[in-house]
Design a protein around this ligand. Structure first.
Ligand SMILES: C[S@@+](CC[C@H](N)C(=O)[O-])C[C@H]1O[C@@H](n2cnc3c(N)ncnc32)[C@H](O)[C@@H]1O
Length: 461
């Protein structure tokens, strides 16, 4: 790559958004030999159809990341961002895009990737958005800077922490409790952990809240056991934040920057909070994976139920079941359900959640999807219905072919990545499955992420 390119300025037309929601443009540029060469640019915070003046910043794979200096012709759906941290915080990169515009773009993304794999894009419905696309997250994580201030990682400069002033995607009660911890840390002149020097006390703060029970958990990650100054924090939380039912101090001496714990100190309440989804009760520990947008997660589960039409005589497999978000509502309607999931603690949670909710027709197995499928098929037999909800990378060919061979009549695929979804379901074609319906759901407003639920059914020979 020619180093000289860095710092050059161009006026460009944005022709599309990439899979991370950034604008893409192409310019023709003469190289040192005088030959015209294509220069591919990625320009965050721009929208298709816009004319933008840009400065080229740094190479990224086969493209150059560039900064938008001025938008000369604006997209009709461009709006003012709501949050003062916009463009600095890596969180809500689409705040400059109207919510209607975001939803339309998400629908197009799903249609385009399916079309590329040869599927009929007309099976994709319009993305279901939120009535109120703010204050939707039930869990957030913040990082302490070396000087003890609490905030968010700066976009593109991960080591830099932007002190938190506000956040419009978590509930006010969560934000207020977080700011109280930040204030307490500053007043006590506590230091934040510096990874390079391996010194400092406070690492992260995780907040999670149930929108149904209103219970809040605050988990402080630190490199040492708590000192007496936490008594003041406990007192204030008890007095001003009665919704906090769990205040934890988690010791993590490991230098790797991860929200894990070697020792748990319970400062207040219990070590879990209660949550509810679709009328089922869940216990959430600090490390339990749970859907982070509970309003849309309920819609997702309801859609999956509507598409699957489970009945009381059927056997079902829930592959990548987590703590049982889909397993419980489905188990309520089928004869028997087997859930498979890699993470042992999630399986323990799923078992406990099933028994807490009085269910006796579930069987949960802690195994990777491939071996779990083999084991379940041997003991449980062929399923009538199968739900698959893999991580972003998708289930992969080996798992998809096992699903195909297990020949369920209907398959519900829940995905957070349309591209891996499209390649995965292609694997099902030789087994006689057709894609009947795809419903995108917006779980992460103001970001480029899109979730979807799809129905595939087997055509009998
Ligand atoms: C998108 S989450 C879905 C969880 C669950 N269905 C829910 O809605 O809460 C994907 C799940 O797959 C699990 N997982 C990741 N890799 C796996 C593998 N190879 N085999 C089985 N489960 C895996 C993760 O631990 C995670 O719980």
């Amino acid at each position: 790559m020619n180093k000289k390119i860095q710092g050059e300025t161009y006026t460009v037309d944005i022709h599309r958004l990439d899979e991370k929601g950034s604008g893409q443009a192409v310019v023709w540029r003469k190289n040192e030999e005088g030959n015209e060469r294509k220069l591919k640019l990625t320009i965050p915070y721009t929208l298709p159809g816009e004319k933008v003046r840009v400065t080229v910043e740094q190479p990224q794979k086969r493209r150059w990341k560039s900064k938008s200096d001025e938008v000369l012709e604006k997209h009709a759906e461009r709006i003012m961002a709501k949050c003062p941290h916009f463009e600095l915080c890596g969180g809500c990169v689409w705040q400059h895009f109207s919510y209607e515009g975001q939803l339309e773009e998400k629908t197009n993304q799903v249609r385009n990737v399916l079309q590329l794999q040869g599927f009929d894009p007309s099976v994709v419905n319009k993305t279901i958005g939120m009535d109120e696309p703010w204050y939707y997250r039930n869990k957030m994580e913040f990082t302490f800077a070396a000087d003890g201030s609490l905030g968010l990682h700066e976009q593109g400069n991960f080591r830099n922490i932007i002190p938190l002033e506000t956040c419009f995607i978590m509930k006010k009660e969560m934000k207020d409790a977080v700011l109280e911890v930040a204030k307490w840390a500053k007043e006590n002149e506590l230091t934040g952990y510096e990874k390079e020097k391996r010194e400092g006390l406070l690492r992260h703060l995780m907040v999670r809240m149930s929108f149904k029970t209103n219970e809040i958990m605050l988990a402080i990650f630190a490199t040492e056991a708590p000192s007496s100054c936490v008594e003041e924090l406990v007192h204030r939380i008890q007095k001003y934040f009665p919704q906090v039912k769990s205040l934890l101090w988690l010791e993590n001496r490991n230098w790797a920057d991860r929200t894990q714990a070697e020792e748990t100190h319970l400062l207040l309440g219990r070590d879990f909070i209660y949550d509810e989804l679709m009328g089922f009760r869940y216990r959430l520990w600090f490390d339990t994976f749970f859907q982070t947008n509970p309003v849309q997660a309920e819609k997702l589960v309801k859609l999956a139920l509507e598409m699957a039409e489970p009945n009381a005589s059927e056997k079902m497999i829930d592959l990548f079941c987590g703590v049982g978000t889909f397993s419980l509502p489905f188990a309520n309607q089928v004869k028997k359900l087997a859930g498979i999931e890699l993470v042992e603690t999630s399986i323990q949670s799923a078992k406990r959640n099933a028994s807490d909710n009085g269910m006796d027709n579930t069987y949960f197995l802690a195994k990777d999807a491939r071996h779990g499928m083999d084991e379940v098929l041997t003991h449980f037999g062929k399923p009538d219905l199968l739900l698959v909800d893999p991580p972003r990378s998708g289930a992969g060919g080996k798992v998809m072919r096992r699903i195909g061979r297990s020949a369920p009549e209907r398959i519900i695929y829940v995905s957070c990545n349309p591209a891996s979804f499209a390649t995965d379901i292609k694997e099902l074609e030789p087994f006689g499955y057709t894609l009947k319906k795809v419903q995108p759901v917006d779980l992460f407003p103001h970001t480029y992420h899109v979730e979807l639920v799809a129905l595939l059914s087997r055509v009998e020979e």
